[in-house]
Design a protein around this ligand. Structure first.
Ligand code: ADP
Ligand code: MG
Length: 132
C-alpha cells in the first residue's frame, strides 16, 4: 500500500516509479479509502499495540493505493526497497528515507511474509482484476 501521507504529498507517482525501477511488476492496483473496520481488520495483528488507535486513524485519514506486486524474492526485496519502519533509521535511497514523514506516517506498507502477502492481496482484491 501507498499510505495516506504519501498521497497527500503527491508522492504516489514517484513511489510507483521506484517500485517499477526496482524490478517489480504490478499485477493489480487501485485507489481506495479504508474505513475504520477495514483498517482495523487489515492491521488486526497490531490490535494490542499502544499505537493501534493512531495507526487506524492515520490509515483512514485519506485515500491509499493498494497494489499486488510480483518479483522473485518479492517480500524481502520490497522491504529492502522501502527501508526501516522509522525513516530516521531507513537506509539512504529507500522509499521511506525519501518520502516518510515519521515512524507512524511512513509512506508505504509492505507485507512481512509470503503467507501474509497472500492474505493481504486477497483482502484488497477479489482476484478478477489481477493480471496474469
Ligand atoms: P512495518 O510497516 O515496517 O512492517 P510494523 O508492522 O511494525 O512496521 O508496524 C505497522 C505500522 O504501524 C507502521 O508501518 C507504522 O505506520 C505504524 N507504527 C509502527 N510503530 C509505530 C509507533 N511506535 N508509533 C506509531 N505508529 C507506529
Ligand atoms: Mg509490518
Amino acid at each position: 500500500m501507498i499510505k495516506p501521507d504519501a498521497l497527500e504529498a503527491n508522492n504516489t507517482g514517484k513511489i510507483i516509479d521506484m517500485i517499477i525501477e526496482a524490478g517489480f511488476s504490478i499485477k493489480a492496483m487501485k485507489l481506495t479509502h479504508l474505513n475504520k473496520t477495514e483498517a482495523e481488520t487489515f492491521y488486526a495483528v497490531h490490535s494490542e499495540r499502544p499505537f493501534f488507535g493512531e495507526l487506524v486513524d492515520y490509515m483512514t485519514s485519506g485515500p491509499i493505493v493498494a497494489a499486488i506486486l510480483e518479483k522473485d524474492n518479492a517480500v524481502a526485496d520490497f522491504r529492502t526497497l522501502i527501508g526501516a519502519t522509522d525513516p530516521a533509521e531507513a537506509a539512504e535511497g529507500t522509499i521511506r528515507k525519501k518520502y516518510a514523514e515519521s515512524k507512524a506516517k511512513n509512506a508505504v506498507h509492505g507485507s512481512d511474509s509470503d503467507e501474509n502477502a497472500a492474505i493481504e492481496c486477497a483482502y484488497h482484491f477479489s482476484g478478477r482484476e489481477i493480471v496474469g
